[in-house]
Ligand binder design. Structure first.
Ligand SMILES: [Zn+2]
Length: 393
């Protein structure tokens, strides 16, 4: 399949032949290939079979990011702390980098239950809020969270309107089959001088983004700028460290007013993508080797990557270890979730996170945890059999 943005030939990043994981951490059978277009800086998924019904089913059964265990994802500055609600952190970004006036109209495109909009209207009570999403079932919880003046709009049957001063689009672009068309649509709904506030996963900070089943596209920071420009928008501001593993963008209609984003280099991006693809291959090879060896293991991290790893180690995983107190004592995929200090002594624990994060975890918890923490690509003892691949960030 060719790149949906430029019709050019991409290169294969990773291929999945068994299971993927939904955004709310459920396993789902999947066969798909994720490719990268070096010209556009974007990833796109090709599915072996058309499966719109299966994707629709995933959305209709969606739990709000289940691993947080609290109804809303928390920002993990320190995974041992609770952090602050994500909607508040997003709002802080918007308040700091955009000039939000006293009054205006805001559309939250892909509003879910309306938690961001609620936080926004609490801070800016004179604004008029509209939330739009594709699920009728959000209408009731939206009404429960928000003031009566806020309107819920079920797409595509109901028209959200136009003339918005802010359109928020948080973790939506990845899920859309045609993100460019959606961006053009959003651009057309902006009032003169209005801004688009986008949040998206940063695939450069997590090589394993591709395991998420229902996401069609991923954008590197350089790729997101490129696609915005294709859609007649320009960047006012882009940030990759406000919320971990995410890109936050403020864009507006019209041509660029100057280069606010030096460092978004397509060539450097392609090199980094190549290194990530290599580390994904190394991890997949190591998991296959461990599965073949029959060694019992535990998985550190009961989130999306941990779920995906467990699917490749069927029958060998004894438990999940997680620092999230909301998950401890419960079960995930039928297995117990225990805190780090209660991990079985000597059990190899595969860290389900990018290598640089696992290295930090090893330094922080190596002494506390009775299990043996192992960072990706999982080639070290006691699992044996080093492949000799070197991996640097
Ligand atoms: Zn392309």
């Amino acid at each position: 399949m060719n790149c949906p943005f430029c019709a050019g030939q991409g290169t294969v990043y990773a291929s999945e032949d068994r299971f993927a994981v939904t955004s709310d951490s459920k396993l789902i059978a999947d066969e798909s290939t994720v490719s990268y277009c070096p010209r556009c800086g974007c990833f796109y998924r090709e599915r072996r079979a058309a499966q719109p019904e299966r994707i629709e089913k995933v959305y209709s059964e969606y739990d709000l990011y289940a691993p947080s265990g609290r109804g809303e994802a928390r920002v993990a500055f320190d995974v041992s702390a609770d952090g602050i609600p994500k909607s508040v952190r997003e709002l802080d970004f918007l308040s700091r980098f955009a000039d939000v006036p006293q009054k205006g109209r805001i559309l939250d495109y892909g509003c879910n239950h309306g938690l961001f909009l609620r936080a926004f209207l609490e801070r800016y009570p004179e604004w008029e809020g509209t939330g739009a999403d594709i699920e009728e079932r959000y209408r009731q919880s939206f009404a429960g969270h928000l003031p009566a003046s806020a309107r819920y709009c079920c797409l595509p049957h109901e028209e959200p309107g136009s003339g918005f001063d802010i359109i928020c689009c948080s973790h939506v672009l990845e899920h859309l089959p045609e993100p460019a068309a959606a961006l053009r649509d959003m651009a057309s709904r902006l009032a003169p001088g209005g801004i688009l506030f986008i949040q998206a996963v940063n695939p450069l900070l997590n090589p394993f983004f591709h395991v998420i089943f229902e996401q069609h596209h991923h954008f590197t920071p350089a790729g997101l700028r490129h696609v915005l420009e294709l859609c007649g928008l320009h960047l006012r501001c882009i940030n990759t460290d406000w919320i971990g593993k995410e890109i936050a963008v403020i864009a507006a209609r019209g041509p660029a007013a100057g280069d606010v984003c030096s460092g978004l280099d397509m060539e450097a991006t392609a090199l980094q993508v190549g290194r990530h693809a290599e580390s994904v291959r190394a991890v997949m090879a190591a998991l296959a080797r461990i599965a073949g060896s029959g060694t019992p293991v535990g998985i550190f991290g009961a989130s999306i990557m941990g779920t995906w790893m467990a699917s490749r180690l069927e029958g060998l995983v004894q438990c999940f270890v997680d620092e999230n107190t909301a998950l401890q004592g419960g079960r995930h995929l039928g297995l117990p979730v225990v805190p780090p200090d209660k991990a079985p002594a000597g059990l190899p624990l595969l860290c389900a996170m990018p290598e640089h994060m696992a290295r930090k975890l090893l330094r922080r918890l190596g002494e506390v945890c009775p299990g043996v923490l192992i960072a990706p690509p999982f080639s070290s003892t006691p699992l044996g059999g080093s492949e000799g691949t070197s991996h640097e960030d």
